[in-house]
Design a protein around this ligand. Structure first.
Ligand code: SF4
Length: 320
């Protein structure tokens, strides 16, 4: 089956006064239809830049981007138009991503209007349907974003993304600005919408526990590079990379009978500007040796379907 999204050796660099910032470094992965890829890493690891390159908001520096098998690395005008409809984004901060001067119904109708998808009467009908779909009472149709709480604002963001019937949605930290109880509601809503509409998601977050239940597979990034990727359950069962182990050890366990030792990741975070050769995690890795500072480890399939980028991954995990 052709994946919805496929990236091969994708790189995105930015020029800065201090040099070249390597935001995304040589990433390759595919996202199958009706599945969710969780992209996890600390702030500044390049996960949002990756989402923006896939959305077509940034042009990649190198590599290939395929959407449903079509090369859109340098999209034509027609491809750009199709991408605006087929790929949507849900943003981290629903408040700043919504125009405060527009009421809820206008905000939800805006993408349909911009893409000239239907006439005014149809739009009004669709807005009402979408409000029902995302669980937003119709009595809020003429309210403004500042009159609503964070959860309702994020429901507007989801309704806007759904309004143009996309195939693929990039969810960029969609719950990190919300209270924990609201987070669960929004995650459940996204999951229900995926089941009902066959949507494909890329779910970007800094919090591994958030993506545990929603993702089919997880990509862990560190300073622009892939460090580990596999099925979601497998990652929680058997993390292989020292960085993933550190991230997982920091997730609290809701039981007083189970104790887990937290791995404290000490050391400075390397600069992504003109990065030195070698593993980007070397300055914080407790297993680092000379080789780690000399060459960047390649991503390899360590176990079936389980990929990691570490020179000593077998040794660290007692694998032969
Ligand atoms: Fe640690 Fe070296 Fe593996 Fe990097 S390559 S994660 S520094 S052991």
């Amino acid at each position: 089956m052709t994946p919805i999204v496929q990236v091969e050796h994708l790189c995105k660099y930015f020029k800065t006064p201090r040099g070249q910032l390597h935001a995304v470094e040589d990433l390759s992965f595919a996202i199958q239809e009706k599945t969710t890829l969780g992209v996890v890493g600390e702030s500044g690891c390049g996960k949002s830049t990756l989402g923006r390159v896939i959305m077509g908001l940034h042009e990649s520096t190198a590599g290939t981007l395929l959407l449903e098998g079509q090369d859109v690395t340098r999209p034509t005008k027609a491809q750009k138009k199709a991408m605006r409809k087929d790929i949507q984004m849900i943003f981290q901060d629903p408040y700043s991503s919504l125009d405060p001067r527009m009421c809820v119904s206008d905000l939800i109708a805006e993408p349909m209007k911009a893409l000239k998808l239907c006439d005014k009467d149809e739009r009004e009908l669709r807005v009402a349907e979408l409000m029902d779909t995302v669980g937003l009472s119709r009595r809020f149709a003429f309210s403004y974003p500042h009159e609503l709480d964070g959860g309702r604002r994020q429901r507007i963001g989801i309704a806007r993304a759904l309004s143009v019937d996309p195939k693929f949605i990039v969810c960029d930290e969609p719950v990190s600005a919300l209270d924990v109880s609201i987070q669960a509601q929004i995650l459940n809503l996204l999951q229900d919408l995926q089941d009902q509409r066959g949507l494909t998601y890329m779910f970007i977050t800094h919090n591994l526990s958030v993506v545990k239940h929603i993702s089919h597979s997880i990509l862990v990034m560190y300073l622009g590079c892939e460090v580990e990727m596999c099925d979601s359950k497998e990652l929680f069962r058997q993390p292989l990379h020292p960085y993933t182990k550190g991230l997982l050890s920091a997730i609290p366990i809701p039981s007083i009978h189970v104790q887990r030792e937290e791995i404290i990741m000490k050391g400075e975070v390397t600069s992504p500007i003109n990065p030195k050769p070698g593993c980007r995690f070397a300055s914080r890795c407790p297993y680092a040796k000379d080789k780690c500072r000399e060459s960047l480890p390649e991503v390899e399939e360590v176990l079936p379907g389980h990929y990691a980028a570490c020179h000593y991954v077998r040794e660290i995990n007692g694998l032969t």
